[in-house]
Design a protein around this ligand. Structure first.
Ligand SMILES: *Cc1c(COP(=O)(O)O)cnc(C)c1O
Length: 366
């Protein structure tokens, strides 16, 4: 049996008639940029997250870039100010900071949840620290209570990177509504994925929302005047039409993922493999199912020989990248340990029970 890590075509084919109709509607529309599909998606996704505003942009990275740029424009951040970032994350999170001429200050993760260790944040705070960038890695929420407490104590903004955590709930609130602003990606492989590039920002802050809207549209305000130099990063109407179809299935699909994750958690029994920790069914959307193994490379090869494709998230971490080198201030031991041990097993809504049975059997025989 051959099981690819992810078959995006199979997932999209589940919705083919609806997606085709959605795209055809755009083809027949006279408003191809910032039209009714974008409007509908922004309205519905804000409602879904429980926020007042959602602004659609071109990608997840743009969502981060524009959020931070908007805070600079509003006078909250300045060049060379510091933002706390997790050392264990996809590097795009960090680019959002550095491309705005701010300084990322890396904080190590908790070894078991993979997310930023809230107890290590305070010692990194200086008079230049302005925000904490929280990444809900692999789809599991970070420990927000402690992080919110720290943010309040030092008057810091909390920017969520929700790129992997669509629909995840933390103590009755959804990701997107746990801080001051949240950057989402709808890259095709995410739990809510477009068929190309797309992203969005959610917030309850009216001023921030208006500034972001101006930023994504060249810096043009509602009257049409260009008030600062912005970007062209408007959510595409075709991508919005796709997202409008898929948003309806997000909760159901997260449920399907949970069902598979629960099977793995229960049925993978192998002392060489450490299963991911999970703080409750709603706090994780299982964007990735990441196990740890001291013989990770051996495990990966073995699985591949048995037809199961796996991925290391992430084979290149920001703390290993030359472009960020000047920001490193310590050894990131836990991050490196994690990086050497992690392996993501296939987990997606296109997997059937026979494939899941097979994955469990093969993993247990390692
Ligand atoms: C995917 C991802 C991004 C970047 O999103 P793009 O849409 O690819 O630009 C940022 N942060 C995290 C955590 C991601 O997983």
């Amino acid at each position: 049996m051959k099981i690819p890590f992810l078959e995006i075509d199979k997932i999209n084919q589940l919705y083919e008639p609806q997606l085709t109709n959605a795209v055809t509607d755009v083809l027949h529309s006279n408003q191809i940029v910032l039209g009714q599909n974008v409007q509908k998606f922004e309205h519905d996704f804000a409602k879904y997250c429980g926020t007042k505003y959602c602004i659609g942009v071109g990608s997840g990275l743009d969502a981060l870039l524009i959020t931070i740029a908007a805070y600079k424009q509003l006078g909250f951040f300045d060049d060379d100010d510091e933002i706390i970032v997790p050392s264990n994350t996809y590097f795009a999170s960090v680019l959002g900071v550095t491309k705005n001429n701010l300084v990322p200050v890396f904080v190590e993760p908790d070894e078991f949840t993979f997310n930023i260790n809230p107890d290590l944040i305070e010692e990194k705070i200086t008079h230049r620290t302005k925000a904490i960038l929280v990444v809900h890695l692999y789809g599991q929420t970070a420990q927000m209570n402690k992080i919110l407490e720290t943010a309040q104590k030092f008057n810091l903004k909390i920017i969520e990177d929700g790129a992997q955590a669509h629909g995840v709930v933390y103590q009755d609130k959804k990701v997107g509504n746990l801080g001051d602003a949240c950057a989402f990606s709808f890259y095709p492989t995410k739990n809510l994925g477009a068929i190309g590039e797309a992203g969005a920002i959610t917030t309850n802050d009216n001023k921030l929302a208006q500034t972001i809207k101006t930023f994504r549209n060249y810096g043009k305000d509602v009257s049409g005047e260009v008030v600062f130099d912005g970007f062209n990063s408007r959510l595409d109407e075709i991508q919005a039409s796709i997202l409008n179809v898929k948003l309806k299935y997000l909760d159901l699909n997260n449920q399907k993922r949970l069902r598979i994750a629960n099977r793995y958690l229960k049925e993978i029994i192998n002392e060489k493999i450490i299963l991911p920790q999970n703080n409750g069914d709603k706090s994780h959307n299982w964007h990735l199912f990441v196990v740890k193994c001291l013989k990770r490379d051996e495990l990966q090869n073995y699985l591949l020989q048995n037809g199961i494709q796996t991925v290391v998230h992430y084979s290149v971490l920001p703390i290993k990248m030359k472009i960020f080198e000047k920001y490193f201030d310590l050894d990131y031991e836990i991050t490196e340990k994690i990086q050497n041990e992690v392996l993501s097993l296939p987990l997606n809504i296109a997997l059937n029970d026979v494939q899941i049975d097979y994955i469990i059997k093969i993993v247990n025989e390692f």
